[in-house]
Ligand binder design. Structure first.
Ligand code: NIG
Ligand code: FE
Length: 416
């Protein structure tokens, strides 16, 4: 990807979100703002950050492409740290079943749900998967997302899991957004493995994960730890092996039933535990103590008409909270960052400042990239967004509408 030399000056608010690791609890409220701020990006990397007057004294404008951000707020690009953006087919029919009262798990247990996306993803060509994924990332980019995590898990077999991860690599190379890949083979149980879930776990451990690790097709390993999907014991076994193979780990935890997924994430030293609608007090305490990031996905709770995760409580208990879309064809078909801001602030008791931290530096930490992205700090990638308004406070205030006017990736304007 091209790298730019760019100088942004006169930003009404330069919301730096400064930091190189996840922010816990109260620290999530401090956005480290600079009024009348400027940023210098050289060869795609942030070279200087400060007041416009100081910066212009040291970095002559003629050396850069210059953006005058008068009357605008500038923030780091958003990090959407939990998505399933690469899949074949859609499940619009299921959405209408759910509107009539069928539950997500009922649909899954009768062979729909994830298994229906598995069928469509198996049938899809690489070109089809590539093209539809690129379009979804274009839409994410328009909302200010510059780094996204993407999971496999619509294959559940060797060939299709590998196909998904290979195509994700191609998407990463072709699209301005950076893609962090996660192996989620243990996402559902195909018919032939019903009642033999342990054999399926063995299959992933023996036949798929070694190749994924060796070819570096995924940095993270994840599992859907849930009643009637994979148990705590199965999750512990798979993730322990994953760690030995060099994967960083994540869990879909305590989404529908309070199984102890948050506790397991803390026990195993996972980078994040995600969903957490039913996480116990003890699980939340364990995550806060061990620094596991609580990645909350309010779009999914909203779309499934479930109660939201206890975001306010988690932050008050000193957890590091990240927010993400969970874009996927079933439980939450949205890549809308404005929707996530609306739900987090209006329904979860999360403040605007905390929500921004959750979608920038804490999102970056949830994909283990807090040293590279997620804040406007010297030495990080020049991934920035300009709002059409003078303050970050307009982000949730303009309900459900994107306030992002320009997106800059590695110092190059990629959306305006
Ligand atoms: O994060 N909960 C499991 N996995 C996804 C849903 C995937 C799907 O329904 O296709 C989630 O919500
Ligand atoms: Fe998910």
């Amino acid at each position: 990807m091209k790298k730019g030399n760019l100088l942004i000056k006169n930003a009404a608010e330069l919301v730096t979100c400064s930091g190189f690791e996840a922010k816990k609890g109260k620290a999530m409220s401090d956005l480290h703002m600079i009024f009348d701020g400027a940023v210098v990006v050289e060869e795609g990397m942030i070279k200087a950050v400060g007041k416009t007057e100081e910066i212009l004294g040291q970095y002559p404008e003629e050396n850069y492409e210059v953006i005058d951000a008068s009357g605008k707020a500038v923030l780091p690009g958003f990090v959407d740290s939990h998505t399933h953006f690469l899949f074949g087919g859609y499940r619009a029919e299921e959405f209408s079943w759910r509107l009539r009262g069928d539950s997500y798990m009922e649909i899954m247990e009768r062979g729909g749900g994830i298994l229906s996306s598995v069928k469509a993803t198996k049938a899809a060509t690489r070109e089809e998967l590539f093209t539809s994924a690129m379009k979804r990332l274009d839409s994410m980019l328009s909302f200010g997302v510059t780094t996204v995590e993407g999971k496999s898990g619509y294959g559940l077999d060797y060939a299709t899991e590998i196909k998904q991860l290979e195509v994700m690599k191609e998407v990463n190379a072709a699209h301005p957004i950076d893609v962090v890949s996660t192996f989620l083979g243990a996402h559902a149980v195909p018919k032939e493995y019903k009642g033999k879930e342990d054999d399926l776990i063995d299959f992933f451990i023996e036949k798929v994960m070694p190749e994924v690790a060796e070819r570096r097709l995924a940095e993270f390993c994840d599992i859907f730890c849930e009643k009637n999907v994979f148990s705590i014991e199965q999750s512990r076994r798979l993730l322990t092996k994953a760690k030995e193979m060099g994967f960083k780990i994540k869990l879909h935890a305590d989404e529908i039933v309070s199984l102890g997924g948050a506790e397991l994430a803390a026990e195993l030293g996972a980078i994040s535990a995600d969903h957490l609608l039913q996480a116990s007090d003890k699980g939340i305490e364990d995550m806060a103590k061990t620094g596991v990031i609580a990645t909350l996905l309010p779009g999914t709770a909203f779309s499934l008409k479930e109660k939201f995760a206890r975001g306010r409580y988690m932050i008050d208990q000193n957890c590091a909270v990240a927010l993400a879309t969970d874009l996927n064809p079933g439980s939450c078909f949205t890549e809308s960052i404005p929707l996530i801001f609306a739900l987090a602030t209006l329904y979860m008791g999360i403040t605007t400042e905390e929500a921004i931290t959750a979608l920038t530096i804490n999102g970056a930490a949830a994909v283990d990239k807090a040293d590279k992205v997620g804040s406007i700090d010297v030495g990080k990638q020049g991934d920035l967004i300009l709002l059409e308004f003078p303050s970050y406070k307009y982000i949730p205030y303009h309900i459900g509408v994107s306030t992002v006017e320009k997106v800059i990736k590695d110092g190059i304007v990629v959306f305006h």
